[in-house]
Design a protein. Structure first.
Length: 275
């Protein structure tokens, strides 16, 4: 009765089912891992943003890196903006999902080191090759406050680090790469660039531009993200449980069709011949 399961067609169906079950179970655990990671990151953000600001030098150093537990910590720095070597970061969106640039301005500290400051978002100009007009920051000595961030990488952000971009435009905010660009432009102070960068929160820009970057709580793209992965995990596990059920349904349907096909010729043979 079940000899049809040995046919090539059913062998392939069974093999596919056997492969789908562990794959879907793995995808469920992968989504669960992402859920746990997101929950830990949300907790880290809340703790860091609630902490009192500390000097940036206490959490990062020249040529160093920002520790994971220090991400989003509020830091302060005193110095001067170096607009002559200002850069823009391409393909960045604001809270309205408009594509534009992030303004990346070197900030020379009192001790001569350079801190990269993301001053916020500006809309993209018509020309994608010309350097955009950017409102100037406060001049002279100023104290800035911002959220400390790790260097961006392609692996972590998914953003391709394209080559051959127009002058003073980059794809990633990476202190090592930006430092090399600044040194190539003849900026001696860029030889001592602090690891990571900050998203500036104060002082507020004159005229509201560039737009300061929102906190994760204010960014609508974060709303509900932490809860999405858990339902996805359950969904994949339900799919995994449904595979053997679906396989059994197909087997029973095949049995009914084969039984019906067997009974039909038998019924035709028992009918009396017409007179």
């Amino acid at each position: 009765m079940y000899r049809f399961l040995l046919t090539r067609q059913w062998a392939i169906i069974t093999l596919v089912a056997l492969l789908l079950i562990p794959t879907m179970i793995w995808l469920g655990f992968w989504q669960l891992h992402r859920h746990d990671h997101r929950q830990r990151l949300n907790q880290l953000m809340s703790t860091s943003l609630a902490a009192r600001p500390v000097p940036v030098r206490s959490l990062t150093a020249v040529g160093g890196s920002v520790a994971h537990h220090d991400v989003y910590r509020r830091v302060t720095a005193k110095g001067r903006f170096d607009t002559a070597h200002e850069l823009v970061v391409r393909r960045r969106t604001n809270t309205d999902e408009q594509v534009g640039y992030h303004v990346l301005t070197p900030f020379t500290l009192d001790d001569g080191a350079t801190l990269l400051v993301n001053r916020g978002w500006i809309p993209a100009p018509v020309s994608q090759t010309a350097f955009p007009k950017i409102p100037a920051p406060a001049s002279g000595d100023v104290t800035v406050t911002g959220r400390l961030m790790q260097d961006e990488t392609t692996a972590a952000s998914g953003i391709k680090n394209l080559k051959g971009l127009p002058d003073r435009q980059v794809m990633l905010i990476n202190s090592e790469q930006v430092g090399a660009l600044l040194r190539g432009s003849g900026d001696a102070s860029a030889r001592a660039v602090l690891g990571g960068y900050i998203e500036m929160t104060s002082p507020a820009p004159q005229g509201g531009s560039p737009q300061l970057l929102p906190t994760p709580q204010e960014d609508t793209s974060w709303i509900g993200v932490g809860d999405i992965n858990l339902p996805y995990a359950v969904q994949w596990w339900l799919f995994a449980a449904g595979v053997p059920v679906g396989w059994l349904v197909l087997v029973r349907r095949e049995l009914r069709e084969r039984s019906a096909a067997t009974r039909e010729p038998a019924a035709q043979e028992t009918e009396p011949a017409p007179a």
